[in-house]
Design a protein around this ligand. Structure first.
Ligand code: ZN
Ligand code: ZN
Length: 559
């Protein structure tokens, strides 16, 4: 026994010493590509004219023992607008409580992405530090990138596809970031919020999948800069490509209802839904079970797995499969048929894949339980074929850095094609947005109506409608708060209350899609409301005020 211990102890000590030496020799020990020395001591950037600046990475929250992603955030600025990712208080009203309340509107668009990285659960809940280097704190010379309405050029490649020529972007990046080569490829990413890519209406582009450069181009939206959600989501989406993610996670299939990630086109501009509220900007945390489009269950929902059922999703209204072929693994969809979406409150709710049932618009699962029990076949992600849609766990599969290739080869990076990126002219999920958690109770002061806020900047308020016996619903209140007490409710009369959001939408198509859903009877009043909002400067230039669908609560009677 004694001898054994004597033998083991020196071996363990030697092993520990060897490990310590190995760790000290490793350039980076957290698997994120960032040298440990930089994490502790920072790094100095040198510009061609010998001007230098020191970047204190520790001061940005980067530390040894936790993975970090560093993004140098740069932007164009022109006459009358800046592409700096900041929600401007005078552009949209900011009526709600400060974050991080679950239903609060975010006014610092990239901060919520920072919170998602830190709260991602990666590495036994240590999370990932997303450190942002803001160009106005570091760039030399200290000016934003001069506005250029169109940047770069496109060309048709040998594959007959449209490619983006990055030369103009590269020139900006080289001028802005100093000794570029020494930083990037070591956990640094460069991002520029530009106006638009020449000849394209896509919202952004990553230079490679994975990669370390990307651009966000929200100038294509009617208000030129996008809402806080557009900025958060597009930034995180393009950064996700840099970290190796595709539009379906591992595959490049878009609009999968079981892929809950900003990489999914459906969620890029509004976030994913959790606890019935959109506005959660995140990569997927779980691989949701596959959806077989040839055997869709309408009653069973998408998932009943604990921990997933608080998530909501949406789906493209399924096209009947009579003329659709089976999907082929080798074919990546290039276009999607997304005429309309339908919201799924949570993953365990029944799903009306073909959008054939009228939604009753109530809380919890709005669809009737009388949906047929047999399975159906439909194309529910709009890619024109019937296949199996796979979920994916993004956070567990991020590629933080590219290990050096044996023999000095260049790591393989898939090119990201601009036409595969979300087109800013397409309608977003805003067209389906409804309030949740509508609660109606008689109180001494009257009927109290409460609901959950939709934490999106484009939701500028709510309307409460009341319907008496045999009457039509009429608007009894409108405002920014999420509760209302109806003091005019008569005792003994049963009332039905419903609540609907009011949006300021910028893209014309989006406005049209929403207007189509608005009840004719209130159309005239909507015009009036819009004029008033414009007068109060609550409505940004180029935006239109429209209403979403209403959520109805149970009948209530004052006694
Ligand atoms: Zn611009
Ligand atoms: Zn993309």
């Amino acid at each position: 026994m004694r001898i054994t211990r004597l033998t083991i102890q020196p071996t363990l000590a030697a092993l520990a010493l060897a490990l310590a030496l190995a760790a000290a020799c490793l350039a980076q020990s957290d698997g994120d590509g960032i040298p440990d020395d930089w994490k502790v001591n920072g790094v100095t950037v040198t510009w061609p004219d010998s001007h230098t600046k020191h970047i204190d990475l520790a001061g940005l929250g980067v530390q040894r023992g936790r993975k970090a992603v560093i993004v140098w955030v740069d932007w164009m600025e022109g006459a009358g607008h800046t592409h700096r990712p900041t929600a401007s208080g005078d552009k949209y009203p900011v009526p709600f409580a400060a974050p991080p309340s679950a239903h609060a509107v975010e006014t610092a668009p990239l901060q919520r992405v920072v919170r998602s990285f830190l709260g991602s659960g990666v590495d036994d809940n240590k999370g990932v530090t997303l450190a942002l280097i803001w160009a106005d704190q570091i760039t030399w010379p200290d000016q934003p990138i001069p506005e250029q309405a169109q940047l770069g050029a496109t060309y048709i490649g040998a594959d007959n596809q449209i490619h983006y020529d990055w030369t103009a972007f590269d020139n900006i990046r080289k001028q802005r970031t100093g000794d570029y080569g020494s930083l990037f490829g070591k956990g640094f990413h460069y991002c520029a919020f530009i106006h638009s890519m020449t000849g394209l209406s896509n919202t952004g582009l990553s230079k490679g999948i994975p990669g370390d450069e990307f651009l966000v181009s929200l100038g294509v939206l009617d208000d030129q800069v996008g809402s806080a959600e557009d900025q958060s989501g597009t930034f995180m989406h393009e950064l996700g490509h840099n970290l190796g993610l595709n539009h379906g996670g591992e595959d490049d299939i878009g609009y999968k209802p079981n892929y809950l990630s900003v990489m999914n086109y459906m969620f890029q501009r509004v976030g994913i839904a959790n606890l019935s509220a959109y506005g959660h900007f995140d990569y997927s945390r779980n691989a949701v079970a596959p959806i077989d489009e040839s055997k869709l269950s309408q009653r069973d929902g998408i998932s009943s797995v604990a921990g997933l059922t608080s998530y909501g999703t949406a789906h493209v209204c399924g096209t009947p499969p009579t003329t659709l072929p089976a999907c082929q693994d080798t074919v990546t969809p290039t276009s999607y048929n997304i005429d309309s979406y339908s919201l799924v409150w949570n993953l365990s709710c029944p799903v009306d894949w073909k959008c054939a049932q009228a939604s009753s618009g109530t809380d919890a699962c709005p669809l009737p339980t009388s949906l047929p029990s047999d399975t159906i076949s439909a194309d529910v992600n709009g890619d024109g074929c019937i296949g199996v849609l796979k979920g994916y766990d993004d956070w567990s599969n991020l590629k933080y850095w590219q290990p050096p290739q044996l023999g000095g080869g260049v790591p393989f990076r898939k090119e990201s094609l601009p036409k595969r990126e979300l087109d800013g002219k397409l309608p977003t999920l805003l067209t389906t947005m409804m309030v949740s958690h509508v609660d109606v109770k008689p109180s001494p002061a009257g009927v109290a109506v409460r609901w959950a806020r939709i934490p999106l900047q484009r939701v500028i308020g709510y309307e409460v409608l009341r319907k008496g016996l045999g009457g039509r619903p009429s608007i009894v209140w409108r405002g920014k708060e999420n509760e209302y007490v109806d003091k005019s409710a008569s005792t003994g009369v049963p009332y039905i209350y419903s609540v609907r959001p009011v949006f300021a939408v910028s893209a014309l198509q989006e406005a049209q899609a929403l207007v189509a859903q608005v009840n004719d009877a209130v159309a005239a009043e909507a015009t009036l409301l819009e004029a008033r909002a414009r007068k109060l400067h609550l409505l940004p230039e180029g935006s239109k005020l429209v209403r979403g669908l209403s959520t109805t609560a149970a009948t209530v009677t004052m006694r």
